[in-house]
Unconditional design. Structure first.
Length: 326
């Protein structure tokens, strides 16, 4: 399957008093009901409820209904009963409209209808499905991937057991609890008057520029991480930092936190380990790059930006169209 449609425009989340843009992988409509996950009888009753739905992921790729409009293929839980009882990773995602939603690690399952080649990786699929569905998919992908890589106690090495409907692993030996993690990343558009700073990653060929970004480290605030990353990667000093929006990024489990940052120095000195180049762009130039990326243009000879699946696109869009200023 090839991507046929572009990412829909950001949606407004009406349930939040201060209306805000929701980007791909955000806007999950499920009620996670985290206070009830530990109630095994309640979770079992949901698994026995014929209204409940299951999303199988094969090697982290979801089952997809390949119609004119691709959609996640939610299936009856009953179809997966034997696999659940055999101990496959099964996660309670939440409830929507009175129906419980689960995900299961179906890797290696031979159920006839879903050859691995029929499934689409999450990055390709996400822009093609409804925004809320992409957010549920992010939740499922991050969780199943975490379980696949965290089968042993980090404290004593013993194989751990799944608890809380897939939201905890517990060590039967030392009794430690282990919880799924999200790794915070700061991503920022550094602006200075009518110009903004973009960098081109060493690993990215062509003329694709993007916002600077980096993982937060233990013992620092997001604002401190913004200032450190920008200084390390470009040599630019940052003054004010303004939070704009965030986006879950399930590869494997990152939280992208987007900022505008005030550049208070001019001269760029790139970190050659990270960047091939960095430079100041005029606001008009960035607006044109945003338009090309939104139109899905992919001409390697043209300056380009990430497509609308990524929050970097929206940071650039918001500043270049004067929706936001530092
Ligand atoms: Zn242990």
């Amino acid at each position: 399957m090839t991507p046929a449609r572009r990412m829909p425009s950001p949606v407004k989340c009406a349930s939040i008093s201060r209306m805000e843009d929701i980007y791909c992988f955000a806007g999950n409509r499920l009620d996670r009901m985290s206070e009830r996950r530990r109630d095994r009888d309640w979770v079992r009753s949901l698994l026995d409820d014929p209204a409940s739905r299951m999303l199988p992921l094969y090697d982290l790729k979801p089952a997809v209904r390949d119609t004119a409009q691709p959609a996640l293929e939610w299936q009856p839980v009953e179809r997966w009963r034997a696999r659940i009882e055999a101990g496959a990773t099964c996660i309670f995602l939440g409830v929507d409209g009175g129906r419980a939603h689960f995900a299961i690690d179906a890797t290696g399952a031979d159920d006839g209808s879903n050859a691995a080649s029929d499934n689409v990786d999450v990055r390709t699929l996400a822009p093609l499905i409804a925004a809320g569905e992409a957010a549920i998919l992010a939740e499922a992908r991050s969780l199943i991937d975490w379980h696949a890589r965290h089968g042993f106690c980090a404290q004593c090495g013993t194989p751990t057991d799944v608890e809380s409907a897939g939201w905890t692993r517990r060590c039967p030996n030392c009794k430690a609890h282990h919880y799924p993690r999200s790794d915070p990343v700061t991503i920022m558009l550094v602006v200075r008057g009518e110009r903004a700073l973009l960098g081109r990653n060493k690993r990215r060929p062509g003329r694709r520029f993007s916002c600077l970004a980096g993982f937060m480290e233990p013992g620092e605030t997001p604002e401190e991480a913004v200032r450190r990353e920008v200084r390390e990667e470009s040599g630019i000093r940052v003054g004010r930092v303004r939070y704009l929006a965030a986006q879950p990024w399930p590869f494997p489990s990152t939280l992208m936190m987007g900022f505008l940052a005030e550049g208070i120095s001019e001269e760029i000195t790139i970190d050659p380990e990270e960047l091939a180049e960095a430079r100041w762009f005029e606001r008009e130039e960035i607006r044109a790059m945003v338009a090309r990326a939104a139109a899905g243009e992919d001409d390697p000879t043209q300056l380009s930006l990430p497509q609308p699946i990524a929050i970097a696109h929206h940071l650039c869009r918001r500043w270049s169209t004067r929706l936001d200023e530092i």
